[in-house]
Design a binder for this molecule. Sequence first.
Ligand code: ADP
Length: 313
Amino acid sequence: MVRQMATDLGSGHGEVASYSTTLEGRIRELTDEINLARQELEREIAERKSTEQQRDRLLVELLKKNKELEGIVYVASHDLRSPLVNVQGFSRKLAKSCAELDGLITPLAATAGESERQRMDRILHEQIPKSLGFITGSIERIDCLLKGLLRLSRLGRASLTFETLDMQVIMEKIVSSMAYQIDTLGVAVEIGKLGPCLADAGQVTQVFSNLLDNAIKYRSADRPLVVRIFSEEFDDGIRYCVEDNGIGIPAESRERIWEIFHRLNPDEGPGEGLGLALARQIVARLAGSIWVESAPGAGSCFYVVLPKPQAPG
Ligand code: ADP
């Protein structure tokens, strides 16, 4: 009996020893796997750190280049205005000299032959006024473009005051500042419940005034204009929408409308193709985003996402 127990104990001991060897092997394997995974993780972390450092370096570089570019645009648009004013002044002088010359020549023309008289008449009353008209028109256009560039370059320098904005109040003020246009054209402006945002009041007013102004300018001749303005809150911001039932924007032009001086139909009413370029620049400075969705012939919806005010506490 005792011998039997001893034999059993012996074989049990052998089994335990063999389990323990297997277990040790398995632990060694697992340790190797963990070490490998740790090395892989360390490599990934190092890679990510270097990518982040590279991104930060590029961002600093980009900001520097942007500042430089803004400076160049500012100086160019500012300094180009004085020679332009010069050209403007001298074209006026030229027009006056021509009128004076006309007065002097008229009595002489009576003694000239028919063909000379006709030539003088063409030069003084057609060719010179036509050329002067082109010069004046181009000066006005350059002046307008320079003013636009100046406004754009000044935007980057404007100081911002971030505060909680009651968008309901701001939007109602914008709408009432356009009351004359809205009433005369019979536009229906529906303002939904608008949540607050954290932004600069002046700049936000400029963005939404431009969106409402555009909705009115690019209305459809086929139906009365209805503009709906509403907002939706998300975890990381608030999204405002200015929706119209106007002419809409073709898909292939939806990116180009944000370019400075780009107008889809240059002959379609007043405008310098600057509003949306300024709006995009402003919204970017306010740490937001702006884009459009549109159905040509049916209407457009401009979305503006801005940061939300900090939750109390
Ligand atoms: P502007 O109105 O002076 O031309 P913007 O930069 O404000 O300049 O707009 C650029 C172009 O985008 C406009 O010329 C127009 O073609 C198009 N656009 C802007 N808003 C609308 C809108 N609500 N509906 C249709 N087209 C629009």
